[in-house]
Ligand binder design. Structure first.
Ligand code: IPE
Ligand code: IPE
Ligand code: MG
Length: 225
């Protein structure tokens, strides 16, 4: 049976969830943050899950209205500050991926503090993808190797990526079937699961069901059964 050692989730549908209830889109983001907490806690209690990588803000999300972007930045800051104790209680190590240099100095500081304070935790690794785009990640990796005198190998490039771990199970909520620039390299052989559930409605029960299906999939990696 397969093991879902690395689960990655495109947490989509916050805005639609709010609009369906005649609420402002940002209310969907608030509700979504609560689900981040419950899914992370669930994964931290399952020893076979080693990594949970969550798409929180893409390099393309800057195109959104200024007020929504500002709200998301504030929400991220307060979420991280509030969750630090929960990370520690659950032995979760926080590792951001993405180019956080685009964020305000104070948000960068919060991110770094939570990363440093949880660095000793050796349970689940929770990665939030922040100002993350797979194309940007690969481009930064290639640029950091451009002065190399030898031919670039798979290992060399992989080691320069923000996320150095291949994905086993990739889930997208919200009904769309696309990757939206998320972990393109690392998902080369990921099993893809798409659900219509909007992220604020996503539950640990649904995650359990998906993991159960994933476990039975025959993964061949280009070989034969
Ligand atoms: C995902 O939900 C969260 C972020 C991209 C920050 P959306 O905000 O994309 O919600 P929908 O897709 O518009 O419903
Ligand atoms: C992907 O969702 C990004 C995150 C979940 C953070 P989007 O809502 O930005 O994706 P598109 O625009 O529908 O492809
Ligand atoms: Mg969306």
């Amino acid at each position: 049976m397969n093991q879902a050692k690395h689960i990655a989730i495109i947490m989509d549908g916050n805005g639609r969830w709010a609009e369906l209830q005649d609420k402002k889109r940002v209310k969907g983001h608030e509700a979504g943050a609560k689900v981040v907490k419950s899914i992370t806690t669930f994964c931290s209690n399952h020893k076979d899950i080693e990594r949970l990588t969550l798409y929180a803000f893409s390099t393309e999300n800057w195109k959104r209205p200024r007020l929504e972007v500002e709200f998301l930045m504030k929400l991220l800051n307060s979420y991280l500050k509030k969750e630090l104790d929960v990370y520690l209680q659950n032995n979760v190590r926080f590792e951001p991926i993405g180019d956080i240099r685009a964020f305000s100095k104070s948000l960068q500081k919060t991110i770094r503090i939570v990363q440093e304070k949880t660095a000793h935790c050796d349970g689940l690794v929770q990665s939030l993808a922040l100002n993350y785009g797979a194309q940007d990640e690969i481009l930064r990796a290639v640029n950091s190797l451009k002065n190399s005198h030898e031919d670039i190998t798979l290992e060399m490039l992989s080691n320069k990526l923000d996320c150095k771990h291949s994905v086993d199970l990739l889930i997208r909520t919200g009904g769309d079937k696309r990757l939206s620039n998320f972990l393109l390299w690392q998902s080369a052989y990921a099993e893809l699961f798409f659900t219509d559930t909007l992220w604020p409605d996503f539950t640990t029960k649904e995650l359990e069901k998906i993991i159960k299906k994933f476990k039975k999939v025959e993964r061949r990696f280009g070989g034969l059964k």
